[in-house]
Design a protein around this ligand. Structure first.
Ligand code: ACM
Ligand code: ZN
Length: 454
């Protein structure tokens, strides 16, 4: 960024930073200004002109007008209405957040509140991890034994309300129905879907498994209109498959030599089922290891290697590497933070993430996502504490051109927005008490000291 644009960006407090800000009024037509953009960028593009007390919004779609209105709302909340013109459009089309509702159930009001925050940050995908061994959180009429016995689950009516609320804010909600691992709760309710009692994985050799999954997916598709349906696919232990007669019979029939191939069988079958209903599957990057179906989207979480491999194979990719975008990881020193997992994943570290890894085809990169797993995040307040302000950084990486990103400038804007979020009733991490190490962007004292920046 040049010195001049740096100064201009600094006077605009917006997060994510806009593509362009000029203190003058722009005279080119808006249509011309967006002519060279990708069609999906044009849909969200807007121009906001502020002259005296007059505000003008230009966009080709209601979605573009909505993005502009969120910029205006944020600027007003920050207490500034800069004179001039903001021209803006997204870098990436999929700008997401995943919330784990299985390990810790938050409820409709919490999710709507986070949707409001996402809208302000120009994020557009809420991915809900709705079932896991800790509990199944969606009502099911066809398998009423699935929803968690503690009563902590979403009714379809609540989820429809959430989907509509999010759609009004141009945010799509992607449901995740996890399979075949992380599924102990399914086997407990319907033992015919697992190889052995207490199993972590579903049984890919049992037709009862497909009856349940297809029936539940039908119900889920009635509630969620999103093209993408997440089928999980991560961390199957496969520990009982080799000794299960049904799994062994399927292996023999298909000529498989490894139990791993059973996961590929299940994923391909479910993919065909969803494709026949006009949907598209997305799965965690393990789906690459077992024969991935054409058209499947890969969500890279075990670092970036899954994203690179998927893009090389011609698959679309969403990057949520645990190296940078796992929001259940520590955001500051272990001794000052509530118990968390992983390595230090500070605001600066998250901000430093560049999603287009070397060697990745840019047209394959649909976008990025922050993931909030909640094994160690028991309350709504704690969840917000883990989300903000790190979600600001993810929003900027997803929306703003990489040339507009600059750490010190972002930090100033994030600090001001933190106050806005607090005034709106969000619980945030306190940037003012952040340790020097976290603020340095290094992950360990060793690296920090070696940098000479004590
Ligand atoms: C994952 O974090 N197991 C996707
Ligand atoms: Zn089995």
């Amino acid at each position: 960024m040049t010195f001049l644009t740096f100064i201009l960006a600094a006077v605009i407090g917006l997060v994510p930073a806009p593509v362009e800000y000029s203190p003058n009024t722009c005279h080119t037509s808006f249509k011309k200004a967006v002519a060279s953009l990708e069609p999906w960028q044009r849909e969200e593009a807007y121009r906001l002109t502020i002259k005296g007390k007059k505000v003008k919004i230009e966009a080709l779609t209601d979605e573009g007008r909505f993005r502009a209105s969120m910029s205006l709302e944020q600027l007003r909340a920050l207490g500034e209405l800069p004179q001039g013109t903001i021209f803006d459009y997204p870098r990436l089309r999929h700008r997401g957040l995943m919330i784990d509702e299985s390990r810790s159930f938050h409820g409709l009001d919490f999710l709507k509140k986070q949707v409001d925050a996402m809208a302000l940050l120009k994020l557009n995908v809420l991915h809900l991890h709705l079932d896991d061994s800790a509990g199944w959180r969606i009502e099911s009429e066809s398998y009423p034994g699935l929803p968690s016995a503690d009563g902590l689950y979403y009714t379809k009516e609540q989820l429809r309300e959430l989907v509509a609320y999010a759609a009004e804010r141009y945010i799509s909600v992607i449901p995740e129905v996890e399979m075949p691992g992380h599924s102990r709760e399914v086997g407990q309710a319907y033992p015919e879907t697992v190889c052995a009692p207490g199993s972590w994985d579903l049984c890919p050799g049992s037709e009862a498994t497909y009856r349940l999954l297809e029936s539940v997916l039908e119900e889920v598709m009635e509630v969620f209109p999103s093209e993408l349906i997440h089928i999980g696919g991560d961390e199957a232990s496969m520990e009982n498959w080799g000794s299960c007669p049904r799994c062994r019979a399927l292996m023999e029939r298909e000529g498989y030599t490894s139990v791993k191939e059973l996961q590929g069988y299940l994923v391909r079958r479910i993919e065909a089922f969803l494709r026949a209903r006009g949907r598209r599957i997305i799965g965690w990057d393990e789906i690459l290891d077992t024969g991935i179906p054409d058209g499947a989207v890969v969500q890279s979480w075990r670092g970036v290697s899954g994203g690179l491999k998927a893009s090389a194979l011609g698959h679309d990719v969403i990057m949520s590497p645990n190296s940078h975008l796992y929001l259940d990881y520590y955001q500051d020193l272990i001794r000052k933070e509530p118990r968390a997992v992983g390595e230090l994943t500070s605001l600066r570290w998250v901000y430093g993430y560049e999603p287009l890894a070397e060697g990745m085809a840019p047209e394959r990169l649909l976008g990025i996502q922050g993931n909030l797993w909640t094994e160690l995040v028991p309350t709504a307040e704690h969840a917000e504490y883990m989300l903000y302000p790190r979600l600001f950084a993810i929003a900027e990486t997803a929306w703003s051109p990489s040339s507009a990103k600059e750490w010190e400038n972002f930090r100033l804007r994030a600090r001001a927005l933190m106050d806005v979020f607090r005034a709106l009733g969000y619980n945030t991490f306190d940037m003012d008490t952040e340790s020097d190490l976290a603020r340095s962007g290094y992950r360990t004292f060793g690296e920090y000291e070696a940098s000479g920046k004590k």
